[in-house]
Design a binder for this molecule. Sequence first.
Ligand code: NAD
Ligand code: LMR
Length: 329
Amino acid sequence: MTRTPVNVTVTGAAGQIGYALLFRIASGHLLGADVPVKLRLLEIPQGLKAAEGTAMELDDCAFPLLRGIDISDDPNVAFDGANVALLVGARPRTKGMERGDLLEANGGIFKPQGAAINAHAADDIKVLVVGNPANTNALIAQAAAPDVPRERFTAMTRLDHNRAISQLAQKTGVPVSEIRKLTIWGNHSATQYPDIFHAEVAGKNAAEAVSDEQWLADTFIPTVAKRGAAIIEARGASSAASAANAAIDHVHTWVNGTADGNWTSMGIPSDGSYGVPEGLISSFPVTTKDGTYEIVQGLEINDFSRTRIDASVKELEEEREAVRGLGLL
Ligand code: NAD
Ligand code: LMR
């Protein structure tokens, strides 16, 4: 049976993450080895030529699942019929820029993109926002798309999740495949909280396996939360291949489901669970099945975790207030 190709729109296609992402989408890693895809690339006019170069390379790979590539600088064209949208292109923070300036600049990107998704995307659209500040950019896009179910707008904290798994595996001397039920709470920023109290290391409680609160507070949490800055310092550019890998993981898990006895972390609109104000796009532990997700309920939150979750959620509330003040919500 021939399957209908899935339309995948990628913004910022000519950027670093775009270059690491597109070839993996086209080779079947995003949706599955039997799912044909059509790529819709969105760039600003200055990025179109480089996007065309990437499209030539994609052609040269002769990927059996790739059924077409369209390139545009018009969001109304690029999101037309989109089933999956990866919003990667964003305005990076430059010298002398305040957070408010960044939020305003990104409002100019994510508001029209949200509106174009609202007007043109397919009914089953799933949106992942990667461009920073990812959680609040997702909120801006979502607010501009009132006809799309709000849970379809998500923000990427899977890179933080993967970073935390790797750090915990190294500390405990097990392969990453032995780490389960790790959670990232809050914002994709330095206030995020990687939580190991419910995680498992080779089937044992991770906090008990580690049994070292000083390592947790002084090494693990800051290493994960500040990893993005450490990569920028080391590479002279922000993470690209690992960010693209996390975007692939996020959508693949959303579409294909979490394994029994495990969960993942996604930035999603809060339903008020765990005291996170309703509507904020915050990271939670979630299970996924048949293209939908659910927050893992009933986890006991100790004082150590509560303080840290609250601090990150407070930052998200401040960002929401700032973009409200700019008329973006
Ligand atoms: P980059 O500067 O290499 O590429 C960004 C691309 O976006 C450029 O080609 C630019 O022309 C394009 N662009 C800008 N405005 C656009 C618009 N309105 N429409 C379409 N395209 C547009 O940056 P990068 O390294 O690829 O990173 C992209 C974003 O991802 C940054 O905001 C970065 O901070 C963020 N990021 C997020 C995570 C995460 O975990 N959530 C991780 C790494 C990077
Ligand atoms: C990351 O976590 O690697 C990025 O979000 C860092 C950044 O500021 O681009």
